[in-house]
Design a protein around this ligand. Structure first.
Ligand code: PLP
Length: 487
């Protein structure tokens, strides 16, 4: 292929993407493939001779799309959907084309500085306290990380190093390695799995603490755990609090937890991976009361530190080839993250914020929440269902009344039909279904579509378990459901 061919390939791919996005509503959200399906479709080796770009694009249609779970589909209501937009896609194209590695300021000044400015724009959009922003007065600032998991890990490492240092200053006789074996961090039992994993990777055990009936971590529980651990000779070093848990979008009480972290000199990291974006709308900012106590805060996209020096101290390793004469004047972002290299991802943020504006972002968030309210009202209007926790932002947690097996069966059937995608979670002993709105493409008709799909399956399920099981009957609900499905 010559240069013109490659440019045509690029243009055709843009058209392909637009067509994909605009026709997503018509596709099943879940794929119908078995593990290793792709191995049957693609050759075992790279082609010896060049192939045409037309053949390559044809194979995307033939081999890749059938194996896709469509995360931006308006029928995707699982996990927390990925936000995507045309300006974000275009920003990625440009970032990849410039192909810089912004590991230090000199490695690409525009890459570092646009990120600093974009993180300030985003911080202001979310109403974060000014200590989190980059300025000449403090050491705050934001950084784009690869994922929320990375941020938790990095903050745990920074907290570990900070506590080790302060303990060593108080007890110079103690060995640093010994101090590190005594560190402990806390999070609620509702926190994302990535928090526990961060603890494993940073070698700081995380104690998962029980929550109240709103799934929030409260001060008495945290204090009790700290006191128990101090008695055992352990050293509390970090609390990872949730603003918007994965299961039910619950909010920990920062106003209660913050002062405890201050008293015990512990790092307070806030995981607001999903819910943080809602703070773009002032009416939801009450959920982050107490944010001023935090040392660090993350939202997908992205993360802020109140004092970046602590992270740099924990993460920096210098080499002669990394040195430049502006070091210390402006961030070298490699010290704020795990990899050395970094892409020019702030272009994406820049394009999105400029083409949507603050008002456009707010409108999108409010629209999603309105659609979730619409779904909530559907659930309330049908006596076969119940809401398990209050709707939180655009997440509705609901279930079929009765045995957990009914809700499990509902989710199994919906997944097998592939038209909408929702997943399960648990609240206390109850199995619940989570319904999230997040796709930019989602409209009222999609919520109605999802509700019709859910209720039609619920009707089938209930028909198959009628007449109701007699009390003490040998036949379990599970057996009945299974037998009916075989028929
Ligand atoms: N924290 C919360 C509250 C989440 O909901 C998630 C993912 O859904 C994560 C962390 C992990 O996110 P990431 O995939 O960016 O690591």
């Amino acid at each position: 292929m010559d240069t013109k061919d490659f440019i045509d390939f690029g243009k055709a791919t843009i058209d392909f993407v637009a067509n994909y996005v605009e026709t997503l509503r018509e596709k099943n959200v879940l794929p119908d493939v078995e593990p290793r399906y792709l191995f049957n479709l693609l050759p075992e080796k790279a082609p010896q001779k060049p192939e045409s770009w037309q053949e390559v694009l044809k194979d995307v249609e033939r081999c890749i799309l059938p194996g896709m779970t469509h995360w931006i589909s308006p029928h995707f209501h699982a996990f927390y959907p990925t936000a995507n937009s045309y300006p974000a896609i275009v920003g990625d194209i440009l970032g990849n084309s410039l192909s810089c590695m912004g590991l230090s300021w000199i490695a690409s000044p525009a890459c570092t500085e646009l990120e600093m400015i974009m993180m300030n724009w985003l911080g202001k959009l979310l109403g974060l306290p000014k200590q989190f922003l980059s300025s000449n007065e403090g050491f705050g600032g934001g950084v784009i990380q690869g994922s929320a998991s990375e941020i938790t890990l990095i903050c745990l490492i920074a907290a570990r190093e900070q506590t080790t240092l302060s303990t060593k200053q108080l007890h110079p006789e103690l060995d640093e390695a010994i101090i590190k074996t005594k560190l402990v961090a806390y999070a609620s039992d509702q926190s994302n799995s990535s928090v526990e994993r961060g603890g494993l990777l940073a070698s700081v055990p995380i104690r998962l603490l029980p929550t109240d009936d709103k799934c929030a971590l409260r001060s008495e529980t945290l204090l009790k755990a700290i006191k128990e651990d101090l008695k055992k000779g352990l050293i509390p070093c970090c609390v990872i609090a949730n603003l918007g848990t994965t299961g039910t979008c619950a909010f920990d009480n920062l106003v209660e937890l913050g002062p405890i972290c201050e008293e015990y000199n512990m790092w307070l990291h806030i995981d607001a991976a999903y819910a943080g974006a809602a703070f773009a709308c002032p009416e939801y900012r009450h959920f982050m009361s107490g944010i001023e106590y935090a040392d660090s805060f993350n939202v997908n996209a992205h993360k802020w530190l109140k004092d970046s020096r602590k992270l740099v101290e924990a993460c920096s390793v210098d080499r002669i080839y990394l040195k430049h004469d502006k070091q210390g004047v402006i961030p070298d972002y490699r010290n704020w993250q795990i990899p050395l290299g970094r892409r020019f991802r702030s272009l994406k943020v820049w394009f999105v914020l400029r083409t949507y504006g603050v008002e456009g972002i707010q409108q999108h968030i409010r629209h999603d929440i309105q659609l979730a309210e619409m779904f909530e009202n559907y659930v309330k209007s049908d006596s076969r269902f119940e809401l398990v926790t209050e709707r939180s932002l655009s997440l509705v947690c609901f279930r079929m009344k009765g045995d957990n097996q009914l809700t499990q069966e509902l989710i199994n059937r919906l997944t097998a039909r592939r038209k909408i995608y929702i997943i399960a979670a648990t609240y206390r002993e109850k199995l619940i279904a989570r319904f999230v709105i997040g796709s930019r493409l989602c409209r009222e008709e999609d919520v109605t579509f999802a509700w019709d799909e859910i209720t039609s399956q619920a009707t089938e399920i209930l028909r198959s378990v009628t007449p109701p099981l007699e009390e003490g009957s040998e036949e379990s609900l599970k057996t009945r459901l299974w037998q009916n499905q075989k028929v």
